[in-house]
Design a protein around this ligand. Structure first.
Ligand SMILES: Cc1ncc(C[n+]2csc(CCOP(=O)(O)OP(=O)(O)O)c2C)c(N)n1
Ligand code: SF4
Ligand SMILES: [Mg+2]
Length: 295
């Protein structure tokens, strides 16, 4: 008698497999639909196992996104997506960790965490849905709102200079920085795939119009300004990358900056290895002696 052995087939994930049963509650035409779509497609392109993935966020319209992705997820506290994502990744380095959220969440209340995630080069992907406004709380000015723009809280025009999140990420240590537009699905999927593939902190700023509080012409206005980073752009040069930040008349999309350097987990592993070789762990007595030699 011959025995037939069959090798179990690996499941093949399609974009729809990463969708949940929840229907997004975003306004019709909101840019965040495009970002969600691109993430579903990118996860499928990379065949990332849903049970080995965590998508988390802070609070905001955009921060509802984890509820619409069929992986593990967490809609956390305003501005705190990155410290929580950092904790998850340090505890479970084997997981794919994606932090998401809005410009208010990431650059205003969470701005401090943003700087430190970049500096640490923690091996996660951060997708920022930049609509240049606080959408959920009904249209107040954000750090990314262009100077002069009228919002609910700046009736006579925004008097403050604005922040370009890509400039901030490049200058504070992120090792992969890209910019996308939620109206450019093909380009966006490519960027999300690239960001997920990167080793280290990958930051993707996606211009994602709020049609309700920034005006329903936002897609058309951004599309007009759209240009792709030139083929010969040296993405390993911080100086060259910074040329594509703080733009007003054009919107350059693509990978602006990409370098290889040790991630936070690499550094932690190095410390762990060294601590195992040097087994002398100071006792309380040793520490007291340091302070009080006569002890
Ligand atoms: C500690 C705290 N402060 C303020 C708020 C109110 N709040 C909720 S969402 C939000 C801003 C959301 O803007 P953004 O992150 O840009 O997301 P969007 O809604 O535009 O996608 C604010 C101020 C809060 N929930 N918690
Ligand atoms: S208020 Fe703006 S950001 Fe929020 S769901 Fe509506 S269009 Fe999107
Ligand atoms: Mg916003």
């Amino acid at each position: 008698m011959t025995t037939v052995t069959t090798t179990p087939q690996k499941p093949v994930f399609k974009a729809k497999d990463y969708k949940t049963d929840l229907k997004p509650v975003w306004c019709p035409g909101c840019g965040d639909f495009g970002v969600l779509n691109a993430l579903h497609r990118a996860l499928a392109e990379l065949q990332i196992e849903p049970w080995n993935t965590v998508v988390l966020s802070g609070i905001g319209c955009s921060s509802r996104l984890p509820g619409y992705v069929a992986t593990y997820g967490f809609n956390s506290v305003h501005g705190r997506a990155l410290p929580i994502a950092t904790g998850v990744k340090v505890a479970r380095p084997d997981l794919t960790v994606v932090a998401t959220g809005g410009d208010g969440d990431g650059v205003a209340i969470g701005g401090n965490h943003f700087i430190h995630a970049c500096r640490r080069n923690i091996d996660i992907t951060y997708i920022l849905m930049d609509n240049e406004i606080y959408g959920l709380t009904k249209g107040q000015v954000a750090p990314t709102t262009p100077t002069g723009d009228k919002t609910k809280s700046t009736f006579w025009g925004n008097p403050e200079p604005s922040v370009d999140p890509c400039e901030l990420a490049i200058s504070t240590g992120a090792s992969w920085v890209g910019r996308g537009f939620s109206g450019d699905m093909k380009g966006l999927v490519k960027l999300v795939v690239d960001a997920l593939n990167h080793h280290g902190f990958s930051f993707l700023n996606i211009m994602s119009p709020c049609v309700t509080f920034r005006g329903d012409d936002q897609f058309a206005l951004l599309k007009e300004k759209l240009q792709h980073v030139p083929e010969d752009h040296d993405r390993t040069s911080r100086r060259a990358a910074l040329l594509y930040t703080r733009e007003t008349d054009v919107l350059t999309t693509g990978v602006l900056y990409e370098v290889e350097k040790p991630s936070l987990l690499d550094q932690l592993e190095d410390v762990r290895q060294r601590s195992m070789v040097d087994s002398h762990v100071p006792t309380t007595q040793d520490l007291l002696k340091d302070f009080y030699p006569s002890f």
